[in-house]
Design a protein around this ligand. Structure first.
Ligand code: NAP
Length: 448
């Protein structure tokens, strides 16, 4: 016998890449979703800017409206898939205020106004679900919030931006240049015409702020996330990493750190060297992965599609089913917590390993001078490799001669763990040294 389910009105805001797929799946799989949610999910309407715009999938014309505010009134669940800050923020607050539960995939909004939305929801006992906001289809929000609620997260290292992983992966596997791969990624639709949000790591920084807030029960403002892009990553750096059995990945790193005896957190996004034996090294193409280190559970890896309309719709619909179950069960539940509220430490306090590549004069005494500068700066050397690969020229030129007539050597120095502050002070002194022609690159080494 088919159970008599309560009907819940679902309002959808946005029918773009993700929203149109969410609407289509809701309509196609209504019966199954009703059984899973314990409620009939009735798509009450879809708010868009232009009701006549072409859609990725066929959807009933009568569902479309440009009047989002009227649609929200009387909705039990509001799915926000418009993107951007306003009017998305205003609509979500209206939905919460009128007693609806909210599902959103809007990382930009959550990274900047998350605490405001969670507090508004807490006050009225509503819930805000955002599984799709951090790594598309990959279940990571619920594992962090629920499955790992009994554990303590030590560190998260995520490849959370598909475009940059695609670019770095093609540079690695095909020996291609950054500019060439970016142009092709734009042609294939993997990268936007304006790639800034991806290649300068703004998108990854938003996701890092969301993941760190959740993992460490701390409000992490976007401005506290240290952010570096991948535009400075050259083919030579990638080649050098490959020769050393490493790969360069854009990582979002969120970790617990100790600052002068006080528990703090660090949240940072930058290109880093990762050993080829690390699970993150095998994340290819536009895929995403989040590697979580927890005190009791140990290492966990979550892998899959970080974007895509229908893939992201899967995560959104999972949230809709959760929201429906909660709506039926009632009760406020426990919302997002910032009870730990640890300070977010500036980048200078981060401790990791580094690889410094220097172009130096190839003459006696140079190594001793450099070793002295590193030691004075409190940076201890783990490995030194002298190589003939020249980072500034496409073709390796052994013993390239400089204008001074002194040949140039390339020194690749791997350090032991040191603070960023010690490292950057030392690199500045190296750059000023008479024996160093150029600091070719400085990369963090993560995952070791
Ligand atoms: P999109 O393709 O640009 O679609 C946006 C939709 O919102 C369109 O249907 C648009 O209407 C509607 N819209 C925009 N402003 C509106 C307004 N003021 N009033 C009413 N409707 C408005 O965006 P998307 O790629 O689906 O992304 C949606 C959200 O999911 C974003 O927050 C994004 O960050 C997130 N997300 C996307 C992906 C992905 O792979 N695309 C992955 C993870 C998360 P018109 O169609 O009439 O213009």
């Amino acid at each position: 016998m088919t159970p008599e389910y309560r009907r819940l009105r679902v309002a959808l805001l946005g029918a773009g890449a993700v929203g149109s797929q969410v609407a289509s799946l809701l309509l196609q799989h209504g019966d199954e979703l009703a059984d899973r949610a314990g409620a009939v999910l009735e798509l009450a309407g879809i708010a868009v800017r232009d009701v006549n715009a072409p859609r990725d999938v066929d959807l009933p014309a009568e569902l479309f409206t440009t009047d989002a505010e009227s649609l929200i009134v009387g909705a039990d669940i509001v799915i926000e898939l418009m993107g951007g800050i306003e009017p998305a923020r205003e609509y979500i607050l209206q939905a919460i205020g009128s007693g609806a539960d909210v599902v959103t995939a809007n990382k930009a909004l959550l990274a900047t106004h998350g605490p405001e939305l969670f507090e508004a929801a807490d006050q009225v006992g509503a819930s805000v679900h955002y599984e799709a906001a951090a790594a598309g289809a990959i279940p990571i929000i619920r594992p962090l919030r629920d499955s790992l609620a009994g554990d303590r997260i030590v560190r998260i290292m995520g490849i959370v931006n598909g475009t940059t992983n695609y670019i770095l992966d093609r540079m690695d596997t095909e020996g291609a240049d950054f500019a060439d791969v970016l142009a092709e990624a734009q042609r294939l639709g993997y990268a936007e015409a304006d790639p800034t949000a991806d290649v300068e790591s703004y998108d990854a920084a938003q996701k890092a702020a969301i993941l760190a807030s959740l993992a460490f029960h701390t409000a992490v403002p976007l401005e506290a996330v240290h952010r570096e892009g991948i535009t400075g990553v050259t083919k030579a750096m990638i080649d050098q990493a490959r020769d050393a059995d490493q790969v360069i990945k854009l990582l979002a790193v969120c970790e617990r750190i100790d600052v002068d005896g006080a528990e703090s957190i660090s949240v940072r996004v930058y290109p880093a060297l990762v050993s080829r034996t690390h699970p993150l090294a095998s994340v290819h193409g536009a895929h995403n992965a989040v590697f979580v280190e927890a005190e009791a559970a140990g290492d966990l890896m979550f892998y899959g599609a970080g974007a895509g309309g229908i893939q992201t719709a899967s995560a959104v619909l999972g949230d809709v089913v959760s929201a429906a179950r909660r709506h039926i069960a009632g009760g406020t539940g426990v919302g997002e917590s910032t009870r730990a509220n640890m300070p977010v430490a500036p980048i200078g306090h981060v401790v990791t390993r580094y690889q410094i590549t220097l172009e130096v004069d190839d003459q006696p005494g140079v190594l001793a001078t450099i070793a002295g500068i590193l030691s004075d700066g409190g940076v201890s050397v783990a490995t030194v490799v002298q190589t003939v690969v020249d980072l500034s020229t496409p073709v390796a030129e052994p013993g390239r001669s400089t204008g001074t007539g002194i040949p140039t050597a390339l020194l690749v120095i791997g350090t032991h763990r040191a603070t960023e502050q010690a490292l950057s002070d030392t690199v500045a002194r190296l750059a000023e040294s008479d024996v160093v022609e150029r600091v070719a690159s400085v990369l963090r080494v993560e995952g070791e």
